[in-house]
Design a protein around this ligand. Sequence first.
Ligand code: UD1
Ligand code: CA
Length: 454
Amino acid sequence: MKLFPIILAAGQGTRMNSALPKVLHPIGGKPMLQHVIDRCKQLKADKLAVIYGHGGEQVRARINDDGIHWVEQAEQKGTGHAVAQAVHLMDDDDCIVIAYGDVPLIKSKTLQALADSLQQNDLTILTTVLDNPKGYGRIVREAGRVACIVEEKDADDTIKQITEVNSGFIAAKGGDLKRWLQALQPENAQGEYYLTDCVGMAVAENKRVDTLICENPNEVEGVNNREQQAKLERVYQQQQAKTLMENGTSLLDPNRIDIRGNLTVGKDVIIDVNAVFIGDVKLGDNVVIHPNCVIQDSVIGSNVTIYPNSVLEQAKVADNCSIGPFARLRPGADLQKQAKVGNFVEIKKSQIGEGSKVSHLSYIGDTEMGKNVNIGAGTITCNYDGVNKHLTQIGDNAFIGSCTQLVAPVSVGNYATIGAGSTITKDAPAEQLTLARAKQISRSGWQRPTKNEE
Ligand code: UD1
Ligand code: CA
């Protein structure tokens, strides 16, 4: 039997109240649909289809789609109608697993169990038991055996009491599904072709219909509105926090970390509250991250400390560096070993050499800095002439006095010293003191202005 997951993602998601198609709304920074696709791909499926419709172009543009059969459902006439769009891809002995693009936390282990259940069953429904089953299709049983599924909108008060609900995920063979889908009628409160009506048909044919009960309801909870999205976001973040801690990371508060992408962590890392990791972030061993840091697409070496309120994006930080508090590393910031970037310092597309220090109130952009350089407080590189960006080069062991402006393109030699307050427009030679500022004068007999009388 070939495994063929089909993901339903054509619905509009009216209750999200959004211009973005529902399945593109993110959990952990990744579209819900992509979560489901990634889990289906882990199954090593033989083929994979996504039924798309509402916001189709946006959906196809935003989803990484290698190996996906995209099947359009131009009009959304219900879940059964959606699956019916893919019948041309189904072989009779395919093991079809229907997944939902708006149920992002499903685990591939569960999908696999659903698929494996077809060795005993003809149709398996993934169900769960909810304290508040409102809105879901209810599993109606007779003498303990599944009889049918009744949607909330078609349910009477007795059925509404049932707490076992349809997750939406089902498994069945291609041949059976094709027959059932053809026979669906939109005779229900919503006038839709319900996939769930296949269950009653299977029972009528004396097929083996059973349920697989999902122990963790979060895994099969759907997102229909932003409140549910926010809830599943927290669940997802808590799962990631738990995994991090299991792998040896200390979290000062596991409820106050957000990972929106892939975080790879070395041993004995300590992460204080309100850290946000975006995209691909790697942390070496013994990294300490103080409160309120945002780190995006960056690689951080071992024994690095990032002090509070620092923001890093596309930065490379080697071992034993110190960053912040209140530092901003922008794309192309490249800190070599033991470099220090202190408070209110912005670094863009610049290499900060081994052991060099930019400790206070600086902007360093488009710069190649050597080793053991000291940049005085308030120093800036004037890298932009209004049209083009230019390079600043600073040699090993240079000392740049406070509040220097380095007007690029310009270079400062090894062991050069720049006097405080200089505006450097020409290359400063190695080992010399360079000063570029008006000479200090003092006037005796000078009087302060007095206030005019009116
Ligand atoms: C559906 C189930 C319900 C189950 C619930 C679980 C049916 C009739 N009902 O109800 O038993 O408890 O999910 O979350 O199946 N979709 C399409 N095309 C359509 C309609 C929907 O692709 O024409 C997609 C949606 O994008 C979504 C999924 O199918 O991913 C479910 O659709 P939705 O309208 O949310 O179904 P529910 O009313 O929640
Ligand atoms: Ca739904």
